[in-house]
Ligand binder design. Structure first.
Ligand code: C2O
Ligand code: CU
Ligand code: CU
Length: 456
């Protein structure tokens, strides 16, 4: 061993810059036709930010759009003032201005970043990027890939369609598009080698499209959900269900024959299955004759363990949306602007209250938790629609779904509720501030499926 100095970067602040500005997407590759879009540092998706667990980072965001923006570091447990919710945690970044985000990621894993101002339009025009927090000790994989999945609603001439926030989308399934991309392009085959072990980080950055991926001829093992390691397990029916904002890390052992080809299929919506991409094996000899047998489990993150016996119980009830017969369910006290049934109006409510838009100054918290208290949270979906419910600032230990225990010690920042589902989860209120809790179908959030709670 040489007596070299420890690397200087270990304690240094990691400096990054992100410029938000209009630009172009190239869905069919670099030589394909351009689509006008909004970009982080000129690319769709934005640059992959690789941070290190426990190392401070300082990210300067400059707004080159003609409207206010912010950046939200989805899933990172950071100080409230860095959470990127306009009005609630920071003033919006005005055109031509900058904001400096500073935090130290406590958890390693797969995250993403996106705006939280004019969210429906800004996400829908392309603003999203991958964020990886690396484990202190690199895990044993041959390759580490990130698939940032986006869904676009394009016009016939290949441009992003307008009409954001119409009541039809807002009160039903949200703005589901007509083109799915991986890392900003229509996916070509993924070249693989027999015997390889891939770590694949899947992130659904769509506005509304739910996905359920199957890897034909392969048995993916789930290592982490929403950045948080769980007990490694094969998903039910081999399907990886990814609602908007969710991430799943899988390990894929490439057990196919050299030269073979296997479809990756998304079959979430009945009768609308399609092939997302294919795994195409190189014809050469196996890269490795025996699959790696390194342990699969990723090291757990330092999440505070809920004390269920002394928990404070809170309930969040999801209401509203279109019902049978084309009628809007009536929702209680409106908090936003606009009339129900109109663009920008309320179509949904939480516990009888509709907060519309992206976040405002002076939003009254739905409930307040004392610092360090365990909250046992029940989320009850009384609507006829699916909702990926997302909590800011915390990760939820998922206890049960419709009274059945959820196995594998799963923690999630976004939990998907099917119509009429009831989910029980718990978290420790160790991160003070006013935090948002909302559906991540952007249309639903904007139309009232959002609330705020406070940790003291
Ligand atoms: Cu991914 Cu409120 O955010
Ligand atoms: Cu978030
Ligand atoms: Cu929803």
């Amino acid at each position: 061993m040489s007596a070299s100095l420890p690397p200087a970067r270990a304690s240094a602040v990691d400096e990054r810059r992100i410029k938000v500005a209009p630009g172009e997407a190239r869905f069919s590759g670099e030589d394909g036709p351009p689509t006008a879009a909004w970009t982080y540092n000129g690319t769709i998706p934005g640059p992959a930010l690789r941070l290190r667990q426990g190392q401070p980072v300082r990210i300067t965001v400059e707004n080159g759009l003609n409207e206010d923006t912010t950046v939200h570091w989805h899933g990172i447990r950071l100080p409230n003032a860095m959470d990127g919710v306009p009005g609630l945690t920071q003033p919006p970044i005005k055109p031509g201005e900058s904001f400096v985000y500073e935090f130290t990621p406590p958890d390693a894993g797969t995250f993403w970043y996106h705006p939280h101002a004019d969210s429906l339009v800004q996400l829908g025009r392309g603003l999203a990027g991958p964020l990886i927090v690396e484990e202190a000790e690199p895990a044993a994989f041959d390759r580490d890939l990130f698939w940032l999945l986006q869904d676009w609603r394009l016009t016939k001439d290949g441009q992003i369609a307008g009409g954001f926030g119409n009541m039809m989308d807002a009160s039903m399934s949200g703005r589901v598009g007509n083109l799915v991309t991986i890392n900003g392009t229509v996916p070509a085959d993924l070249g693989v080698r027999a015997g390889e072990r891939l770590r694949l980080r899947l992130a659904n950055a769509s506005l509304a499209r739910m996905m359920a991926l199957r890897f034909e001829g392969h048995r993916p093992v789930v290592l982490a959900i929403d950045g948080q390691p769980c007990d490694p397990h094969e998903p039910e029916d081999g399907r990886l269900v990814l609602a908007p904002a969710m991430r799943i890390d899988i390990v894929l052992d490439m057990r196919g024959d050299p030269g073979s080809r296997h479809a990756v299929i998304d079959d979430f919506y009945d009768g609308l299955a399609y092939t997302l991409t294919n795994l195409a094996y190189d014809k050469a000899f196996p890269f490795r004759s025996h699959p790696l047998d390194a342990p699969l489990a990723l090291p757990r993150n330092p999440l505070p363990e809920p004390a269920l016996a002394n928990a404070v119980r809170q309930e969040v009830v999801l209401q509203g949306g279109m019902m049978g017969g084309g009628k809007l369910a009536s929702v209680g006290g409106m908090m936003g602007m606009g009339m129900p049934g109109m663009n920008g109006g309320a179509a949904w409510a939480i516990n009888g209250m509709s907060m519309t838009g992206d976040g405002h100054a002076g939003m009254a918290p739905q409930f307040t938790l004392e610092r360090g208290a365990t909250c046992h949270l029940t989320i009850r979906n009384e609507t006829a629609w699916w909702h990926p419910m997302h909590i800011h600032g915390f990760s939820l230990s998922v206890l049960s779904r419709n009274s059945a225990t959820v196995p594998h010690r799963q923690w999630q920042d976004t939990v998907l509720l099917a119509p009429k589902d009831v989910i029980e989860c718990a978290f420790v209120a160790d991160n003070p501030g006013n935090w948002m809790l909302h559906c991540h179908v952007a249309d639903h959030q904007m139309a009232g499926l959002m609330t705020v709670f406070r940790a003291t």
